[in-house]
Design a protein. Structure first.
Length: 440
């Protein structure tokens, strides 16, 4: 019988192969674990349950593990925003509230400090605009009325009675409107008024300043009879009547117009005209007039309390009533306003999902590197001409909230709130970089 003996070299070779294979498997497992831990994948989430992992992760490129560009979207977006946050040294001494929402996929893309209650500054105007368009509609008109009481004596071209200008808190009311009033009087064959010209201020309460406004600010005057941004309409109307050759044998005083008065003329401006300047130029007076027109839906006189009740009702409708917040005015001037990035995104989402609101809101927002308060920002970046957003600036506060379109065609909305900042420039640069990343 033939005997065989094992080859020692062959056995050794086999063991070496097994050993090398085990090393390769171990390396692969380690690499997978490293990749998994360094990049957080954010699954679709509701607004009430934002993605926490993406907000807390450290960007992969800072660890030298995986360049973010090799990751699929939206993981690459999350990692790149994390990298921007990590490189922004001013965030070590200030607060950040941020949320990015994918409107197309209906999911949170990024969230960091999104529930923090922060002062919104002029991004408060976004909430006011959405509430106004929701409650009043895009066809709403601001109206200032001219009425009269008494009898017209045609033979003497005289009104034996009184004129009433009924204020509608219209910030666009100007000389041409007052001249139209005077011409309406002339067309009735009147050149003399044997009575008074009254200013009806019953549209709103007597408060001329908002809650929490700083005494040394350039605050708008909250009067229902605006002319040239001041409370001087009655005096200007007296001049216009005189220029038109109409003599007033009476006083210019305040009084509510009686129900039996006859309407002589109505001057109007559209909510679109108000909204455009309010958002593009961040006009605080225009925002406050819209705020009080919202309150007017709760009955005369309009008050800040009534306007805030409309905002609260919309917040409940959105499903965020339990989120900590405080509404004080319509412009964001007040230091008593407190909202979160989550709340701002909630309003932006609601507007996007309601075409009648969105079709009026989007064109009114400043466009990056194009117009308004964003005209000089984000030029020569993917955000230029893409980002439509409202800015907000007060001492120590800088915020930005609006819409953009990602490179894959997804519609996004976002809110970035920086507070406790020593440099507004640093916050703007941070927001610009985030917006550029959203549009890549």
């Amino acid at each position: 019988m033939r005997m065989t003996t094992s080859n020692p070299f062959r056995t050794l070779n086999l063991r070496i192969r097994v050993f090398m294979l085990s090393l390769l498997v171990a390396a692969a497992v380690s690499s997978y674990a490293s990749r998994r831990d360094s990049v957080a994948v954010c699954p679709p989430a509701s607004l009430e349950q934002p993605c926490e992992d993406a907000a807390d992760t450290v960007a992969a490129d800072t660890l030298g593990v995986i360049p973010p560009s090799t990751l699929p979207w939206p993981q690459s977006l999350q990692a790149n925003i994390d990298s921007i946050v990590g490189r922004s040294r001013f965030l070590k001494t200030s607060q950040l509230g941020m949320m990015v929402y994918d409107l197309t996929a209906d999911s949170v893309l990024y969230a960091r400090g999104e529930k923090q209650t922060l002062r919104p500054a002029s991004t408060m105007k976004v909430l006011t605009a959405v509430a106004a368009l929701d409650k009043l509609g895009g066809a709403y008109l601001y109206k200032t009325r001219l009425c009269y009481t008494g009898i017209v004596d045609d033979s003497l071209r005289t009104l034996n009675g009184h004129l009433y200008i009924i204020g509608g808190m219209d910030p666009r009311l100007g000389h041409d409107d007052l001249r139209s009033f005077a011409m309406a009087v002339k067309e009735m064959g009147i050149d003399t008024i044997r009575g008074n010209v009254y200013a009806d201020r019953s549209m709103k309460d007597s408060d001329l300043l908002g809650e929490g406004w700083c005494w040394d600010d350039d605050n708008p005057v909250l009067t229902p009879l605006l002319y040239g941004r001041k409370d001087n309409l009655l005096a200007k109307f007296a001049d216009v009547l005189a220029d038109a050759g109409i003599y007033v044998d009476g006083e210019m005083v305040n009084k509510t117009c009686p129900a039996n008065a006859k309407e002589l003329c109505v001057q109007t401006h559209t909510i679109e005209q108000i909204l455009h300047r309010m958002m593009k130029e961040s006009d605080n007076l225009y925002a406050e007039t819209m705020f009080y027109h919202i309150g007017l839906t709760k009955g005369k006189p309009s008050t800040a309390t009534k306007a805030k009740a409309v905002l609260e009702a919309l917040l409940r409708k959105i499903g965020l009533a339990k989120s900590p917040h405080r509404f004080a005015d319509g412009s964001g001037l007040s230091l008593y306003n407190y909202v979160s990035a989550e709340i701002e995104v909630g309003f932006l989402r609601y507007a996007f999902n309601n075409p009648d609101i969105y079709s009026n809101l989007l064109p009114a927002l400043p466009v990056a590197a194009v117009d308004g308060t964003l005209e000089k920002r984000m030029a020569r970046t993917p955000a230029a001409g893409n980002v439509h957003a409202k800015t907000g600036t007060l001492a120590g506060i800088n915020s930005l909230a609006g819409y953009c379109t990602a490179a894959n065609g997804h519609q996004l909305c976002f809110s970035i709130m920086n507070q406790g900042i020593m440099s507004s420039g640093a916050a703007k640069n941070f927001q610009n970089m985030v917006c550029a990343e959203l549009c890549k």
